[in-house]
Ligand binder design. Sequence first.
Ligand SMILES: Nc1ncnc2c1ncn2[C@@H]1O[C@H](COP(=O)(O)OP(=O)(O)OP(=O)(O)O)[C@@H](O)[C@H]1O
Ligand SMILES: [Mg+2]
Length: 449
Amino acid sequence: MARRADILLVDDEEALRNAAEKILIKEGYRVTAVATGEEGLARFKADGADLLITDLMLPDLDGIEVLRRAKQLRPGVEVIMITGHGSIEKAIEATRLGAYDFIEKPLDKTHLLKAISKAVERQHLANENRQLREQLQQQHTEESLIGNTPAMVVVKKLLRQVAPTDVSILVQGESGTGKEVVADILHALSNRRSGPVVKISCAAIPETLLESELFGYERGAFTGAAGSKPGKFELADGGTLFLDEVAEMSPALQAKLLRVLQDGRFQRLGSNKDQQVDVRLISATHVDLPKAIAAGKFREDLYYRLNVVHIGLPALRDRKDDLPLLADFFLKKYAARMQKDVHSIAAPAVEQLLAHNWPGNIRELENTFQRALAVATVPVIQSFQLLSAPGQTGVAVHGPAVTFPIGTKLAAAEDRLIRETLAVCGGDKEKAAKLLGVSSRTIHRRAAK
Ligand SMILES: Nc1ncnc2c1ncn2[C@@H]1O[C@H](COP(=O)(O)OP(=O)(O)OP(=O)(O)O)[C@@H](O)[C@H]1O
Ligand SMILES: [Mg+2]
């Protein structure tokens, strides 16, 4: 089972090389055999290898030197030494430097293969352990959601509470606020974490394909259905299904989805065999669904099915107190990834971040840092390149209009405009100030009058 490893063999004795190569290839290993230490190291550097087998005595380099340099290049490589000269000190030294085993000349086939398969298996295990460790490290928890403003604290607490349950969850938030991150965290904190998490965006897939993507199809179900294919519901069995941009579903598909959720059963397209799966549903949308319902665009009954628990993600402009934390996080992340020694942000650049309105939310912030670090040449970021203009409100100007008869005094018109705007904003002075394009101090002052 631990076959198909890449072996690099270094030995100056041609007969030994040929014999070993033949044996190993027959066993299914991929072998490169070279005669000198330098050549061996050059090959190792260029192509790598899972296992290095080297003679202790080589014409150019010492086998110990080959071992040392190979381990330096790639610490994970396993090394087996071939000894014909029985030097105990050398063997001790090689062990100290990480040699895994020794084989004595003349080579004995059984011994050779046994040593190799043990070394390969050990490496296999080491790789597996490392992968598991990495997975564990990137495992999502509610802490991977950066932010400790009150709204975010509430969200994190809610995630912990609802993740282990099987209830359907609707995540609502503007583009780039972290809806998918939330879905990943919910899955990772659930009892389904070892099951699959399957994602599908209702906006990204053409309406005509969405149904077959969700429920699968049998051969001949429609023109072009040459084979059969499981749908996302089947693929998510035992795990979580993430339905992104759920508001983009057509009325017909909404009706179908509702039926499936009610019955707990569905059929592949072109089949009448009922399928039953165990799936936890998480949906996401940037749309205000109650509004979409009022406008007749989304089914209310489906909404109640999807929205057993509601998680609302705040826009970044509504939690600007999290900006320093987020900025620090992305600065470190991209400095490390791009291996740049950038560690802080100059005050004017911080001001820039605070003044910006972030219509694209965390994604826009992350992209901003990615750009800044890509072009950074000094340790302190002096300015950011922002894509949308600062001060942009992101609040649509709608609602009732205010009209004034000609002859209205300017001061009176201003007072009235401020009052009406405040009313539309539900008394939120910050919001009103943004809409009016003035500082919130102005509003506070004027409102006090
Ligand atoms: N609180 C957060 N802390 C750290 N990173 C975050 C946070 N929220 C979002 N991100 C990062 O921002 C980016 C956008 O997040 P995500 O894709 O989850 O947003 P979204 O709401 O699904 O956006 P869209 O509606 O555009 O699909 C991702 O790279 C994500 O890792
Ligand atoms: Mg998303």
